[in-house]
Design a protein around this ligand. Structure first.
Ligand SMILES: Cc1ncc(COP(=O)(O)O)c(C=O)c1O
Length: 416
């Protein structure tokens, strides 16, 4: 049968019931990447001719621009955010016998570095309203072996750095123990705490430029920022096979360098970061104003948030997701399990990992993995557990239309 092309305008006259409701994807990365497409591709041709693929001038130029944007002294471009946390810990000489506190509810990349260093992860609970580390739980997790705390600015929202700093200062005052503060700002490029960019407040700030991040690369990339020249110098060596002078590998090194193409792409995109963050904020505000269902309660962004994700807590998650599916609304779950529930971390706590794994190699300093801390198992972090079982992320991306937010709001409010 020959298809009959509908005459212009007839679609609009179809009865409402026959018009398929608009689908809304969870994410569309192209609108953000389109902003720099022409300029990037033109200059990529130049980079190609120069073959400046690994590290080099385009990476240095981005590092300078990103440090300037954040108000940081040093920036080291890397191949991922996971590497950023790893090298921040490694540069602090964290190793077997040391404990590092990290929230139980975050992306796994916040915590891999602890295992890579052979140290012991100690999990703190999160505040149920912010999903960021809970200061009381942090205070309770500190032991004489604690060497560092990783604070995560989750979903783009700055963690309460005043409370966290107060806990560390009190501890420092009482025991004279210096605990390093590492910020995982992988989801919070440009987020502000008290007017300062997150990542600049601790000893080191770690960023991921995974493509879906607020500042997303055209592939994998990450960076560490720090105010310490000594730390920057050490990370520079660690990322490049542990060498300062070619073939003089004085440190156990890694190949964690950033690609030249990513440096070029990220510097172009950085120019649009504030604009993209401002748009995310407008979309999030529209969600907050529109959503009223007691079935899906948004986590607030808090002052200075850059709204990496728009997350709701939902009691009947399975039914809610089926409702979203039925209406063509995309969603994500960030994150469905807590870190202490994951086998590599469970094993690290119990000291049961297999030979050859990082946690199995932990020895020396008389430390039994998992010994001496107060907050260790999944059930010791009830808020983290509750969030992992109830969170749902709704669509939010640069280029999303207000009508799309309205459509999601209508579908969510109709649930129940
Ligand atoms: C909070 C957090 N930490 C760490 C990472 C790790 O970054 P990457 O995926 O670039 O290794 C990510 C991103 O994926 C993240 O969201």
């Amino acid at each position: 049968m020959k298809a009959v092309k509908p005459a212009k305008g007839t679609a609009a006259k179809a009865p409402a019931a026959q018009v398929p409701a608009a689908q809304v994807p969870f994410q569309d990365l192209y609108p953000a990447n389109r902003l720099v497409e022409k300029e990037f591709l033109a200059q990529a041709a130049e980079l190609y001719r120069e073959s400046a693929f690994s590290g080099g001038p385009y990476v240095h130029s981005f590092e300078k621009a990103f440090a300037g944007y954040l108000g940081a002294r040093h920036c080291l471009g890397l191949n991922s955010g996971t590497s950023a946390v790893h090298l921040a810990l490694a540069a602090l000489d964290i190793g077997p016998g040391d404990e590092v506190i990290v929230p139980a509810f975050t992306f796994v990349g916040s915590a891999w570095g602890i295992l890579y260093c052979g140290a012991t992860p100690v999990f703190a609970d999160v505040d149920p309203d912010t999903a960021c580390i809970d200061a009381n739980s942090l205070a309770g997790a500190i032991t004489p072996r604690t060497k560092a705390v990783i604070v995560v600015h989750l979903f783009g929202r700055p963690a309460d750095m005043d409370l966290i700093q107060a806990v560390l200062d009190a501890h420092h005052g009482k025991r004279g123990q210096r605990i390093a503060l590492i910020e995982d700002a992988a989801q919070a490029h440009g987020a502000l705490w008290d007017g300062k960019a997150v990542g600049t407040l601790g000893d080191a700030g770690c960023f991921s430029f995974y493509p879906s991040k607020n500042l997303g690369a055209a592939g994998e990339a990450g960076a560490v920022i720090t105010k310490s020249a000594a730390m920057a110098e050490k990370i520079e060596r660690l990322r490049n096979h542990g060498q300062k002078v070619r073939y003089r590998h004085d440190l156990l090194g890694f190949n964690y360098r950033m690609d030249g193409l990513q440096g070029l792409f990220l510097e172009k995109k950085l120019a649009f970061l504030d604009r993209m963050n401002a748009e995310r904020s407008l979309l999030a505000t529209a969600y907050l104003e529109g959503l009223y269902s007691a079935e899906a309660v948004p986590l607030g962004g808090g002052e200075g948030s850059v709204w990496h994700l728009f997350v709701c807590r939902v009691k009947r998650r399975k039914a809610f997701l089926a409702h979203l599916d039925k209406h063509g609304i995309g969603y994500g779950i960030h994150y469905p399990v807590t870190l202490p529930e994951l086998p590599p971390f469970r094993d690290a706590e119990a000291g049961t990992s297999k030979p050859g794994t990082a946690s199995a190699s932990r020895k020396g300093k008389g430390s039994k993995p998992g010994a001496g801390s107060k907050a260790r198992s999944g059930s010791a972090q009830p808020h983290a557990l509750e969030l992992s079982r109830s969170v749902v992320s709704l669509p939010l991306f640069y280029g999303m239309k207000m009508e799309q937010v309205e459509r999601v709001v209508d579908v969510v409010n109709a649930f129940g």
